[in-house]
Ligand binder design. Sequence first.
Ligand code: AMP
Length: 218
Amino acid sequence: MNLILLGPPGAGKGTQAKELEEGHGLAWLSTGDMLRSAVASGSEIGRRAKAVMERGELVSDDIMIAMIGERIGRSDCARGFILDGFPRTVAQAEGLDSMLAQEGRSLDRVIEMRVDDDALVDRISGRFSCTACGAGYHDRHRRPRIEGVCDSCGGTEFSRRKDDNAETVKTRLAAYHDQTAPLLPYYRKRGALATVDGMASIDEVKQQIAAVVEAGDV
Ligand code: AMP
């Protein structure tokens, strides 16, 4: 099963992708995480992406399409994948379509996580994640059960994203509305889009997504 989670920054895509990875054995592909690793490693792509990410703008389509193309060809994606943060433009969606078509694969579902803009700033300020496994937490809404210890993997190191600040969030939201939201009609037209209420609790959203996934192929 090949899925896309689509939604603005702070919608909970990473949280739900992790649930799907653990529950369904799908590979979780977060282009934001891939880019942050590239920045941390000081690679050529990382150097080109760093300033763009810090401003909250989008990295170029050619870099992103090449990055995801290489990634979905790996063996852990054979059972299926969840795309988190890709595609973010119509050009990326078209690039993905042609890559999948070339390999005789297809998308099963595009799941939109709908959240009010006002809630996003609150969600983004205060979030942090486990450095080892990526599990997401929040200062006010979702603390680890044992303080300082990751619920998922027992890790004890956590990190916060540099771009999770009020100023950059505005640019990231604008990028979502201007460049990513056109993907909704793009996928709706072909009957692949399902929408869940991203304002609901994490467990409720998980159940709504499970219902979409269990409903099967489009
Ligand atoms: P995310 O972790 O998905 O919020 O992504 C963090 C940042 O990485 C974004 O604000 C963009 O600068 C960049 N980024 C991640 N995925 C993409 C993509 N598919 N296209 C362009 N830029 C991206």
